[in-house]
Design a protein around this ligand. Structure first.
Ligand code: TXA
Ligand code: MG
Length: 349
């Protein structure tokens, strides 16, 4: 991959790590790489993202290539604050402002009519744009630095989750390195900001109709959206969110959803017993016992913990070369709805 001239000599030497993508914990390196049109995988409070300057078609094209993502699947543009976000939107209804005031910075993405800032290469050709103000302090430092370098307070970073298309999202820099390291260039950066706190992707709310519609559940729950807006939510939206496919977030192991009673009574699913050399894992809340012969992948104490460890546990199943993962979904309250959603999609593969 031919490199461009970088803005800082120190980055040039630092980023060339024997031709291997550079892993760093310095947000300035990530900001400079982005400013120069390279890629930076960045920590967010939800999952790690693979970032590019949202106004750079060449850099954004590299994100699609690294992920193996179809070009009509739009990206989320991450900005520093709501004022910056509104620069990317043509119209902002009052309820979107209410949501932003209550939940930004944080794990919430708003879909709005786009302004001319949002090019087709970032919106998948749609007339809408997805916007998020992240709360992770390390990513916020990157956005501040990038705004300073570019002299653009509304500068955006387009970033999908930093995984190959359809696979499990990463919640650590090591996950990103393992999955995408070989597909990035020596001028690109993976920024290590520790483990993601929320663990599942942001709640996406379509704000282009008369009332908000949740397109993807996340930490910001249905009740949170109602509380912030005082509105009854719509239940369908004309907006296309292609990333919310039935099959997504999938490990190589087959995911099978069971209920807690099956696990306790040691009645694993009927399929399971016919597959004699299957190596099976279990992911469930702490109180669900582990049947004999099954590898316990995680035993989270709370639903929040479940969300936080979910993707690492699915990755662990693959690392252990398990062929099947039995999962008991948590109660569907709060973030439990998002966990159950991801488990259903993982199981649909
Ligand atoms: O938590 C998150 O949202 C993470 C972090 C990195 O911010 N990002 C993330 O991005 O999950 P990604 O690309 O893996 O998922 C973005 C989702 C996709 O389902 C995509 O179709 C939808 O957002 N999306 C993006 N722009 C949209 C738009 N204009 N209208 C409707 N859906 C959109
Ligand atoms: Mg994703």
């Amino acid at each position: 991959m031919p490199s461009r001239v970088t803005g800082a000599a120190w980055l040039d030497s630092a980023a060339r790590n024997n031709g291997v993508v550079h892993l760093t914990d310095d947000p300035r390196l990530a900001a400079q790489a982005l400013a120069d049109g390279h890629l930076a995988a960045v920590p967010t409070e939800t999952v790690y993202g693979l970032g590019a300057r949202a106004d750079d078609p060449h850099a954004v094209a590299r994100v699609y290539a690294a992920k193996g993502r179809p070009a009509d699947h739009p990206l989320i543009v991450h900005v520093r604050d709501a004022d910056a976000a509104w620069q990317w939107a043509a119209a902002v209804p009052a309820f979107a402002r209410d949501l932003a005031a209550r939940h930004w910075p944080g794990p919430l993405t708003l879909v709005l009519e786009r302004s001319t800032r949002a090019g087709d290469f970032v919106t998948g050709g749609q007339d809408t744009v997805a916007l998020r103000v992240p709360s992770h302090p390390v990513f916020r430092a990157v956005l501040d630095e990038l705004a300073a370098i570019t002299d653009d307070p509304a500068v955006g970073v387009a970033a999908p989750s930093a995984n190959r298309f359809g696979r499990v999202s990463p919640t650590t820099a090591q996950h990103v390195e393992a999955e995408l390291g070989a597909l990035l260039a020596s001028v690109d950066v993976i920024l290590d900001g520790g483990g993601s706190d929320v663990g599942v992707e942001s709640t996406i709310v379509d704000c282009t109709g008369p009332t908000p519609v949740i397109l993807r559940p996340g930490r910001v729950s249905h009740d949170d959206v109602v509380a912030a807006t005082g509105l009854v939510l719509g239940d369908h939206s004309p907006v296309r969110a292609p990333g919310t496919l039935a099959s997504h977030y999938a490990p190589h192991a087959r995911v099978v959803i069971i209920d807690a009673d099956d696990a306790s009574r040691n009645h694993i699913d009927p399929d399971a017993t016919t597959d004699t050399d299957a190596r099976t894992g279990l992911l469930a809340l702490e109180h669900v016992p582990t049947p004999p012969g099954i590898v316990r992948l995680a035993a989270p104490a709370t639903v929040d913990d479940y969300a936080r460890v979910l993707y690492a546990a699915l990755r662990e199943a693959d690392a252990l070369q398990l062929t099947r993962v039995l999962v008991v979904a948590p109660p569907p309250d709060g973030i439990g709805a998002a966990v159950a959603d991801r488990l259903r999609r993982a199981a649909a593969s």
